[in-house]
Structures are given as structure tokens and as C-alpha cells.
Design a protein around this ligand. Structure first.
Ligand code: HEC
Length: 296
């Protein structure tokens, strides 16, 4: 019984010290000449979104998706007034110098760090609800007879009270699905003042055997809930018609299934397999013979 209580006490001690560790970090002084450095990167939507992407990959593990310091490793809260009252220069100094568990991000390009700082400012301005605006995505596929076909994506934002607003300047990703990964149909796409973004789809994309391609549309804005939609259209070139498609179908292609395998390949395969097994069994028999001889 007694040891049970002792274990409990140890557990409580460990947990409380962990929470204490996460609650407060000692004051972190920044040299005056570092603190006055101005952010050289223009604060626009594109910079903020690039910063958001970098933050997601490099920082959320410790700082959490919303910068509250509640990631897998306890770290500093970046949403507090105390944090936000610092200059960009001071924050830059801390990110590139590091302290304790906080790594020094020396290999990140300077420009990238400044962009992350633009993004960090959004934590101060907005409440969690505002950061996660509910986005709705409507995709229209426009078929053009004489020119490239087009994808029109329209984004709406639905507010908490059910009201819908036009989502201008929202980051959208438009892609064509490939065997591995996604082929972007454009770089840095943002909706216009009507909430629309339009891209054209090249006519020479390889599709499946029927010429189908899959269009993937996503709302990728750091201020919105992620939404994704896929549409299948017959806008690609049928693979059956291409050189590659013909190879795929040929009898001797390595990736064909058993039904297309030539008979001689079976004989060869089983012949080699059986041969190897006979060899192994022969060696085992020899070993047994040696053992018998030494026992005698
Ligand atoms: C391995 C965990 C970890 C990662 C990854 C990490 N941090 Fe930190 N960060 C910390 C910890 C822990 C602290 C508190 C350090 C201290 O004050 O001693 C901290 C502190 C900071 C501070 C100073 C906070 C203050 O109160 O002034 C900033 C700014 C910061 N991190 C930004 C970033 C950014 C930006 C990234 C990604 C590029 C990042 N961190 C990645 C763990 C991490």
C-alpha cells in the first residue's frame, strides 16, 4: 500500500515540474542593436502565407498550430501581449539564436525567418475563432473548344452566425493528381474581389486509359479551415494512345500480372526455386552426417 502512495507522489511531482517548466521561461534579453533591426520583408498576404507554411513545418511541433506553446514539447506562448509587444528584430534574434530547447534556426534563410515573423503577428491580432474561418469551396469546370480548358474555384466564408461573405485574397491550391503527388496549375493563387480564382489546364496532360484526369482544389489559407475537393474530367490524353501506355500493356513488361506471364518464365522461376531448396536440404543432410560421425 505504502509504495503505491509513493509512486503516486513521484508522478505528481514529475507532472507538476513539467507544467512549471512549460509555464515560465526566464527572461530572455536581446541586445539593443538586434532589437532595433527592422523587418526588411514587405508584409503582404503572400509573405504571411509563406511564413504560415514554414511555421507549420518547422515550429508547430513545439509551439502548437495556434502558437500557444502547447505542442508535443512545451514551449513559449507566442500569442500573449508580452510576446507580441516585442519588436520584429527581437523576435528575429531569438529565432536565429535559440536558447535551451528552442533551436537556433541558422540554416533557415533570413528572409524566411522574417516572413515567419509576419505570420506570428496574426496570433496577436486574432482570436482562435477568427483564425479558423469556415471556408466553402465551389469548383466549376469550364470546357473550351478552341483554347485550354479552365478550372474556376469560388470561395465563400461562412461566419458563426451563418452569414456568408465573399472570400477575397484567400490562398487556394489547384492541382492535377499525378501518380506521385500533385502537379500545381499555378503558383501563389489568391481569390480576387469576387472570391474567384481561375486557371487553365494544359491540353497535353496524360490521363488514365480513358483520358480522365483528377483536379484537386484546396483552400490552403492559414486563416481558414482546410477544405478539399476532387473532380474527375476527361481532359487528358488517354494513356492507351501513348507509347508508354502501349509498353504498359505489353506481355513482357515486368509489372504485368501473372496472367500475362509467358510460360517459360514460370519454368525458369520454379526451376531456380526448387534447385535452391534441393541445395539447402543437401547441405543440411551433410551437416547431419558430420554430426553423426563425430558422435560415433
Ligand atoms: C524543439 C522545440 C521547438 C521548436 C521546433 C521551436 N521552438 Fe521556439 N521555443 C521553444 C522553447 C522551449 C522556447 C522557450 C525558450 C526559452 O525561453 O528558454 C521557445 C521560444 C521561442 C521564442 C521566444 C519567445 C519569447 O517569449 O520571446 C520564439 C520567438 C520562438 N520560440 C519562435 C519559434 C519559431 C519561429 C520556430 C520555428 C521556426 C520555433 N520557435 C521552433 C521550443 C521550440
Amino acid at each position: 500500500m505504502k509504495s503505491k502512495y509513493r509512486n503516486l507522489l513521484v508522478l505528481v511531482l514529475i507532472l507538476s515540474s513539467l507544467t512549471l517548466m512549460s509555464a515560465d521561461f526566464p527572461q530572455w534579453d536581446v541586445p539593443a542593436d538586434a532589437a532595433i533591426v527592422k523587418n526588411p520583408v514587405e508584409n503582404n498576404k503572400m509573405a504571411v502565407e509563406e511564413g504560415a507554411t514554414l511555421f507549420k513545418t518547422q515550429c508547430t511541433a513545439c509551439h502548437g498550430a495556434l502558437g500557444k506553446g502547447d505542442g508535443a514539447i512545451a514551449s513559449a506562448n507566442l500569442t500573449t501581449d508580452a510576446f507580441q509587444s516585442q519588436t520584429d528584430g527581437a523576435i528575429f534574434y531569438k529565432i536565429t539564436t535559440g536558447r535551451g530547447v528552442m533551436p537556433a534556426f541558422k540554416t533557415l534563410e533570413k528572409e524566411s525567418v522574417w516572413k515567419i515573423i509576419h505570420f506570428l503577428r496574426s496570433f496577436g491580432k486574432k482570436t482562435t475563432d477568427e483564425i479558423k474561418k469556415h471556408a466553402e469551396l465551389k469548383v466549376t469546370l469550364i470546357e473550351n473548344d478552341n483554347a485550354d480548358n479552365e478550372v474556376l474555384a469560388h470561395v465563400n466564408i461562412v461566419l458563426k452566425d451563418g452569414k456568408e461573405i465573399i472570400a477575397d485574397n484567400v490562398k487556394v491550391g489547384l492541382y492535377v493528381k499525378r501518380y506521385f503527388g500533385l502537379l500545381p496549375l499555378g503558383e501563389n493563387l489568391y481569390t480576387d474581389s469576387n472570391g474567384d480564382i481561375k486557371v487553365s489546364v494544359p491540353a497535353d496532360l496524360p490521363g488514365d486509359t480513358d483520358g480522365n484526369i483528377i483536379i484537386v482544389s484546396k483552400v490552403e489559407d492559414s486563416e481558414c479551415t482546410p477544405v478539399e475537393q476532387t473532380n474527375t474530367v476527361k481532359w487528358g490524353i488517354s494513356t492507351a494512345e501513348t507509347e508508354w501506355g502501349k509498353t504498359w500493356k505489353s506481355t513482357r513488361a515486368l509489372w504485368r500480372t501473372n496472367d500475362k506471364l509467358p510460360f517459360w518464365d514460370y519454368i525458369l522461376y520454379f526451376g531456380i526455386t526448387i534447385g535452391i531448396w534441393i541445395g539447402i536440404i543437401y547441405v543440411l543432410l551433410l551437416v547431419r552426417k558430420i554430426k553423426k560421425l563425430s558422435d560415433a
